[in-house]
Design a protein around this ligand. Sequence first.
Ligand SMILES: [Zn+2]
Length: 231
Amino acid sequence: MEATARETPAQLAWLQGQIGRPFPFEQYGVLGLASGYDGVALETATLSTFGAGLSLPPKDEAPTLVHEMTHQYFGDAVAVRSWDDMWLSEGHARYYERKYAAARGFTDLNAELKDLYEQDQQNRSDSGPMGHVNNPIALLFDTDAPGQLMLTGLNTIVGDETFHRIEQTFFDRYRDRNASTQDYIDIANRISGRNLTQYFDNWLYSPTTPPMPGHPEWHSPAKASGPAVSR
Ligand SMILES: [Zn+2]
């Protein structure tokens, strides 16, 4: 992790270029924790923490660093208003993390998104849709992938330039405040000049995986039928 942590300035330059806004705090650092923390990363404002004990290939370590760095913008500088708004934090962190992984040649983003899409119905059935997940663990682990898919689909629908303006307008407006899902939808509708509310509502609240913009051939198979499990 130490060698990967040295890439922090380059990662920061990349992320600032993607979001089009300067880093929101006056300083940033990463802190490796020696023991009992392996496999864990946390976006503490201005100082993300990581388990320093594991030594993984850069393709596994570097995107995680960018994930926590993205949370400095989405999650820390712009906080979520309620737990149901958690995708604003995790979805954005995951979206830029995987874009970074693809930019470094660590992954085939389209193939990765297709895999995530195919798993969405199962996750949705188990944990609820990302706007109303049904258990605390799902807040962290089941709002990031659908958030990434929803943001990717939004980018496809409105195009790169409008997508960037939505992201920047949302960040500028809610920096140093908290924001709700509706706040993001309102800005997306206003900046794009379209009514995207149904698009967002389907991803956020529907029990069924919505179609993926740009990929009508993708499918997310329904759960194999079996005894009903309540959880
Ligand atoms: Zn995260």
